[in-house]
Design a protein around this ligand. Sequence first.
Ligand code: ADP
Ligand code: ZN
Length: 607
Amino acid sequence: MNTHTPSPNTLVRQPETVLKQVFGYSEFRDGQRAVIDAAINGQDSLVLLPTGGGKSVCYQIPALVLEGVTIVISPLISLMQDQVAQLQALDVKAAYINNSLAREEQQLVYQQLHQGLIKLLYVAPEKVLQHDFLERLSHLNVSLFAIDEAHCVSHWGHDFRPHYFRLNELKQRFAHVPMMALTATADKATRFDIVEQLKLQQPYIHTGSFDRPNIRYTIEEKFKPMVQLLRYLKEQKNQSGIIYCTSRKRVDDIAEKLADAGFNAAAYHAGMSNEHRQFVQTGFARDDIQIVVATVAFGMGINKPNVRFVLHYDIPKSIEAYYQETGRAGRDGLAAEAIMYFDPADIGRVRRFFEDIDDEQRRRVEEQRFSAMASFAEAQTCRRQILLNYFSEYQREPCGNCDICLNPPKSFDGTLVAQQALSCVYRAQQRFGLGYIVELLRGANTSRIRDNNHHELSTYGIGKDKSSEFWLSILRQLIHQGLLSQDITQGASLRLTEAARAVLKGEYALQLAEPRLQAKHVYQDKLAQFNYDKKLFARLRALRKELADADDVPPYVVFNDKTLAEMAQLMPTNDSEFLKVSGVGFTKLNKYGGEFLTAIRHYLAKQ
Ligand code: ADP
Ligand code: ZN
């Protein structure tokens, strides 16, 4: 039994009213209302929703309808700043306390706090656990503790934070205050850890679907990745995106090449100074930088809702990491893309990294996680089905919005090309690797081939009618099917296996997958669901940037793209019409209504 039953008059306002008047939304999303009720009734809760699922509202509304102050624990300064900026734009009394504030600023926040002027206070875990801070809290009327990014409590995740581990002290000290843990991490071990570590008491658990239907998943075979990348970016028409690579060196290298090619791109990794990283992150948030090339260090702080693509230049280490990283695309619910370049040889390379991990249990966990990632990359069935099944969300139907669904793999009788490739390996005495064999097949005129007298081989140039990408793909498939093996000790030279004999003799028809030489990236109008006026949208977008720069906030703090597109569709000309646009509440009507309505009226007058 929960002893904390608040009397009805502690509700200052109704949740629905706050949702509409403050946030400008007319309905709760699935599950939000129940979580909010749990908090209002003093019950602990665990909220598992994907990125963009609407977690913030779950604790922001209780904070606004209950008396007292809600304490939000957040792991990163940038996240706190972002949330507070968004709340302040809605005239909600929110503040944060962290080391980026000067002493006097902190004092001011404390003063307001004790005067009951703050409804939401964001703090870092290390701060909240400090003795004097806890002391302070005990003199306040704390309505709720919200633990954002709660997966940081788990040892299994790569975001582990030691201070999160100690947050259960809050539960001991403030047993009557409900605690809400929120995360977008979907794996079960982590969920279990959160309840355990935070000592949540009979929590209400809400698990939303982890599907992100607006994200299109594509895995592209890696041939000449830089060429593939440039080709892709040319189609992106100034859309915001993130490119993830595994090493700092590669990040710097690619960022430089993109800049040389005329793209508005910047690098981000842990080897850069704090100021420099901050500069890149802010520039990206404000649409001043279009593309960020980054290591996984570019992570949790990315709250930008209009990231239109996330591209993995290298295979990530686990499905969890991949899903979290791709999840940074399309938070606003508009169409977005997740693309990964995949070279099967990278699997061996990554595996060798794990050998250096001393802790045996840790190594085994990492290896297992990577195996799952590798089979995902190699699979030829609906990408989304595999991902969701991995997170125990069984999907019966293929999704219709991944590369496999949109462009199903075709197989063909590959006996002849396999014979050509295998005999070429054989004639070259099984002493050469993939690249060289491809050159031989294509009849390349290189000094290495001439030095080896290989231009005289009968197989020299037998495949010159096909591209090198084609042959690379075929050779990789032959390895995959066990007809060729790669000897890593001998410079990755290819050798025939016993099984190759039957193919060479033509004893059966070998089915191979038709190489997918160039992924079909059909350019999507990311706002296609709105039948909006594009010219007006461009005007409103420019106005938004102007207003945002004047207030020193990212454009999405003014309005997000979805709200803007709806404006360019409905074309409101007065206050009550303006309020009907999703994402427009009273505060934003008062703050920005005048300027946006004027712009729309002007535009209409000229039509
Ligand atoms: P999360 O923290 O789960 O990643 P957010 O809380 O940032 O997601 O919400 C994602 C977007 O959805 C935000 O723009 C938010 O304002 C919007 N949103 C949240 N709840 C609703 C709702 N009930 N109706 C419409 N939009 C909503
Ligand atoms: Zn699919």
